[in-house]
Design a protein around this ligand. Structure first.
Ligand SMILES: Nc1ncnc2c1ncn2[C@@H]1O[C@H](COP(=O)(O)OP(=O)(O)O)[C@@H](O)[C@H]1O
Ligand SMILES: [Mg+2]
Length: 110
């Protein structure tokens, strides 16, 4: 479903993601763990196209998406539920999580 190969990302001269590779398969739940500042949010923003990828590839359902814009990735079926002040403060936790499914019809989202 999602395949990351030798992904590199930088903020200016800071090399944050260093040759990251992994695969997330259909029917599995993939968890990303790591101490503060290790690059978890950076990876998610990279997968969503919110920060550019310097090198490496991201494949979604067998297609390269590394150069797609965020809205094109949403159209392809990828969603990102952000953290901190990027959430909708008037919505509940559940409603914020459900925003990730907003591209789909109620039937598809079930
Ligand atoms: N916008 C930014 N500009 C420069 N450096 C950043 C920026 N965002 C995060 N960083 C740095 O990138 C590293 C990874 O951060 P982040 O992805 O937020 O880690 P995590 O989510 O695992 O806590 C940290 O060293 C952080 O200081
Ligand atoms: Mg984070």
């Amino acid at each position: 479903m999602l395949k990351i190969d030798t992904l590199h990302q930088y903020y200016g001269g800071s090399h944050i993601l260093r040759g990251l590779s992994f695969e997330a398969k259909v029917g599995e739940v993939t968890c990303l763990l790591g101490r503060n500042g290790v690059g978890k949010t950076t990876l998610l923003r990279c997968l969503m196209g919110l920060v550019p990828t310097r090198d490496g590839s991201i494949e979604w359902e067998g297609q390269p998406i590394t150069t797609l814009k965020p809205q094109q990735r949403v159209h392809a079926g990828i969603a990102y539920v952000p953290q901190g002040r990027e959430i909708f403060p008037r919505l509940t936790v559940e409603e914020n999580l459900l925003m990730g499914l907003s591209r789909f019809s109620a039937r598809e989202a079930r």
